[in-house]
Design a protein around this ligand. Structure first.
Ligand code: PRP
Ligand code: MN
Ligand code: MG
Length: 179
């Protein structure tokens, strides 16, 4: 285990098993619909890569980079688009892939934007959810794990850009973010 991690909350094996479950649900749902699967960078990059390998129907991918946290542990409430999509979503069945929903601000902003661009449908698949932290009314269509309100990192989730490469979800030692 990484030295800055206090406790492993969800192991690599548990994560991969859950992703296979999500993949088979999504494969059934999107049969014949050629969805546009959108990865919300940076956090969702590992989940996206693992998830699409478990989806067995034809699909297209695109990437968007947004940021609301920066190096802070709290959302600033301002969602910045750092990289927009390359393709049009008009008339497409869009599936947004996120690593985590916290306040819900990032996703509510993205969903509204994709609806304004006339997507045919917009659904959300998130690996992790922290419902206790929600400030806007938002629920994912597909959720992997519900997390307690602890500062977690790993499997794409960062603190000040670190720990994204951990293959599991761990609780960060408080002395790391309070110093
Ligand atoms: C994190 C996370 C989600 C978002 C969730 O991204 O990856 O995208 O915050 O928080 P919210 O529900 O309160 O909006 P972040 O802005 O830290 O950027 P990153 O993905 O590049 O780490
Ligand atoms: Mn993110
Ligand atoms: Mg972040």
């Amino acid at each position: 285990m990484h030295n800055d991690i206090q406790e492993v909350l969800i192991s690599e094996e548990e994560i991969q098993a859950k992703i296979r479950e999500l993949g088979s649900k999504l494969s059934a749902e999107y049969e014949g619909r050629n969805p546009l699967v959108i990865c919300v960078l940076k956090g969702a990059f590992i989940f996206m890569a693992d998830l699409v390998k478990t989806i067995t129907v034809p699909l297209e991918l695109d990437f968007m980079a947004v940021s609301s946290y920066g190096a802070s542990t709290k959302s600033s409430g301002v969602v910045k688009i750092i990289k927009d999509l390359d393709v049009s979503v008009e008339g497409r069945d869009v599936l947004i892939v996120e690593d985590i929903i916290d306040s819900g601000l990032t996703l509510s902003h993205l969903i509204e934007m994709l609806q304004n661009r006339k997507a045919k449908s917009v659904a959300v698949c998130t690996l992790f959810d922290k419902p206790a932290r929600r400030t806007v009314d938002l629920q994912a269509d597909y959720t992997g794990f519900v997390l307690p309100d602890a500062f977690v990192v790993g499997y794409g989730l960062d603190y000040a850009e670190h720990y994204r490469n951990l293959p599991y979800i761990g609780i960060l030692k408080p002395e790391i973010y309070s110093k």
